[in-house]
Design a protein around this ligand. Sequence first.
Ligand code: SF4
Ligand code: SF4
Length: 279
Amino acid sequence: MKELIREVITRSIVDHKGNWSDSLADRYFDEPLVNFAAGDDPIFEEFKQIIGPWHRTPKEAYEAMHGEGIWRGGTVVSWAMPWSKALRDSNRRCTDKPSIEWTKAYDLCAKVLQKEVRRGLLQEMERHGVQGVAPADAEWFRIMDAPDGKTSPWSDRHVAYAAGLGTFGLNSAFLSAKGMTIVLNSVVIDAVLAPDQHTAEHHRADCLHFKTGACGACIRRCPAQAVSTGGHDKVRCMIFGYGPDSVRLAKERGVEGPAGCALCQVGVPCEARNPAGCK
Ligand code: SF4
Ligand code: SF4
């Protein structure tokens, strides 16, 4: 079953007709990393303390879709979709605004690709008698205001941590074996599969700033001064990457929605690898 899941996700991404850029002469996204977390891992209860009581456990997410009391255990499938080298190159060349290609890749993810991969996987699961839910597509999912920026009832970054895909960087981005230039996604299914372990010493174990006290390259890459040794200013980051100026920039590029950013995720030691060498 795990191999089938990996194959379905990989095929949906690599073969997706939108996953191609003529200007890059390459795909936007490469083959994903796919990991599994136990649906009843106690870490999901801990997220209610770390993120907030509104964050749902896999059981809560599943039962909201299929009925109260129906959960008999299951698995969270979490995957990281790495940017292609050509896409990374395009954004690395930029210093004050994201590349046109990243704006288009971001838009593809936000509107089409992510949703279709989730839907395709759940449809394939159903063919094998497995039910599931895509929290990001659930009627209860929404982006909410929080004192330090935005939050939601399902965090793909925290889910990826639970599935052992990596840890968090100084800039709050997720640091996987393929680095920070990834897009995360996840679904909950009711098949109980062997989980991957989250073995990191702590949630920032792979970031060089927290490992050695050095680096800070993401601080220097951010044009909005949203990263410092004190951490990541989510509000400043949101305004720069997703606010009105960003929407105007995207419109000039023929895209309806924000232009995105991710400048702090390229031209840094953790761009496409885990710099701590743990994975
Ligand atoms: S650039 Fe350096 S400090 Fe920033 S997240 Fe990556 S490893 Fe950590
Ligand atoms: S995404 Fe952009 S604005 Fe946000 S921290 Fe990174 S470089 Fe700064």
